[in-house]
Write a protein that binds this ligand. Structure first.
Ligand SMILES: Nc1ncnc2c1ncn2[C@@H]1O[C@H](COP(=O)(O)OP(=O)(O)OP(=O)(O)O)[C@@H](O)[C@H]1O
Ligand SMILES: [Mg+2]
Length: 357
């Protein structure tokens, strides 16, 4: 879908920054650089950058620790700054659509059109009805500009800005292909957000951002046990950082809190799935794939499975990745694998994009 070299995929998540550089070959995705820098809990709160200095510093550190010299990169935005709608328009050519899309967006997007960057994807052409279905995407310009500015302050050159849920879908498509005759859901569960994409018969039909993720679980542990965030985070991830013997020290209460908090995330996901089923008239989802840092919690996958009553599979975004440079820290790759879907998805983007729709 593009030409030129692959961009560095830069995921500015609310919990950490992830950067990936790949070399695509017939054998798959060759990872040549990987960087991961955690962010403190007050740096990005609910997707809002509170401490831009810390983000810029972390971006610089991610690039230098990973030994990435290339500056051209791809970023993405997520959360409430993005609105995605499926719309139907009369059949038209790509050139006509490019002209028409702003007007269409004004009808469907509840923001002032001047404040948003609009893009679209053709989902389906229905010549028999002289109509086509589009996915209309509008992202707030100030959010895109804020992220691009952070990157520029870290001496990077942002070339592309994508949306988390699309990025993850793209990687999934690359990795697995889209099932042609089934409806599946793909969910990236991060620290503050979860992005849900429903893919029906090979077409992405329903993306949705859910303002809930692993932080909600950590905060619940923090509140109920009256302990600092870092400690609650360590308990949630299975161990106590101050105790080398690790997992054995996690209080039983933590297990119960994780179960309960996971269930409320699962309930929220289920509400979105139900909404999709009710509005699309479709009967069922065949399978749910989960990824993102919070997908590491087995309790969450179980909770989603219980609510949705369909098989839940933990999808590793690195399943098609081979390590192709000694600079890649294999331990880091293993430990952070679930968190890499956005950065890896972004690293599929090329310097020169070619629109295929
Ligand atoms: N082994 C683990 N067990 C449980 N939770 C984990 C584990 N590893 C990471 N997490 C959780 O995953 C979350 C981070 O995931 P991820 O890196 O996908 O999010 P992010 O991209 O930083 O955030 P967001 O996309 O929401 O802005 C954190 O809440 C973290 O606690
Ligand atoms: Mg994320």
């Amino acid at each position: 879908m593009g030409e030129g070299k692959n961009l560095v995929g830069v995921d500015i998540g609310s919990g950490s920054i992830k950067v990936c550089l790949i070399r695509e070959s017939r054998r798959g995705l060759g990872l040549v650089r990987l960087g991961y820098v955690p962010l403190g809990p007050q740096v990005i709160v609910d997707g809002q950058v509170m401490d831009s200095g810390a983000v810029v510093e972390a971006l610089g550190r991610a690039f230098s620790e990973a030994k990435i010299r290339q500056k051209e990169c791809a970023l993405s935005v997520s959360g409430q700054s993005v609105i995605i709608r499926k719309i139907t328009v009369p059949m038209m050519t790509a050139a006509e659509l490019d002209e028409q899309i702003q007007w269409e967006a004004e009808q469907h997007i509840p923001f002032d059109i001047k404040d948003v960057q609009v893009d679209y994807q053709v989902l389906r052409k229905r010549p028999e009805a002289s109509q086509m279905d589009l996915l209309l995407v509008a992202a707030k310009r100030d959010r895109i500009e804020d992220y691009a500015q952070l990157a520029r302050s870290a001496k990077l050159k942002p070339i592309v800005c994508d949306v988390d849920s699309f990025t993850v879908q793209n990687l999934f498509e690359y990795s697995r292909g889209l099932p042609a005759d089934q409806t599946v859901a793909l969910i990236n569960i991060g620290a503050s957000f979860s992005s849900l994409s429903i893919i029906a018969n090979g077409v992405h039909v329903f993306p949705r951002e859910i303002a809930n993720g692993g932080n909600a679980i950590t905060e619940e542990i923090q509140k109920q046990l009256g302990i600092p965030f870092e400690q609650a985070e360590a308990y949630k991830c299975g161990g106590n950082p101050n105790d080398p013997s690790g997992a054995g020290m996690v209080p039983q209460q933590v297990v119960q809190i994780v179960e309960a908090a996971s269930d409320s995330i699962a309930a929220e996901i289920q509400r979105s799935i139900d909404f999709y089923l009710a509005t699309s008239g479709e009967a069922e989802i065949a399978r749910i794939y989960v990824t993102g840092g919070t997908a590491n919690l087995a309790a969450l996958a179980r909770a989603i499975e219980r609510r949705a009553r369909v098989p839940v599979e933990i999808w590793s975004p690195t399943e098609k990745v081979t390590v192709e440079a000694k600079e890649v820290d294999a331990q880091l790759l293993l430990r952070r694998s679930a968190q890499l879907s956005v950065a890896l998805g972004l690293s599929l983007r090329k310097e020169k994009e070619v629109r295929t729709a």
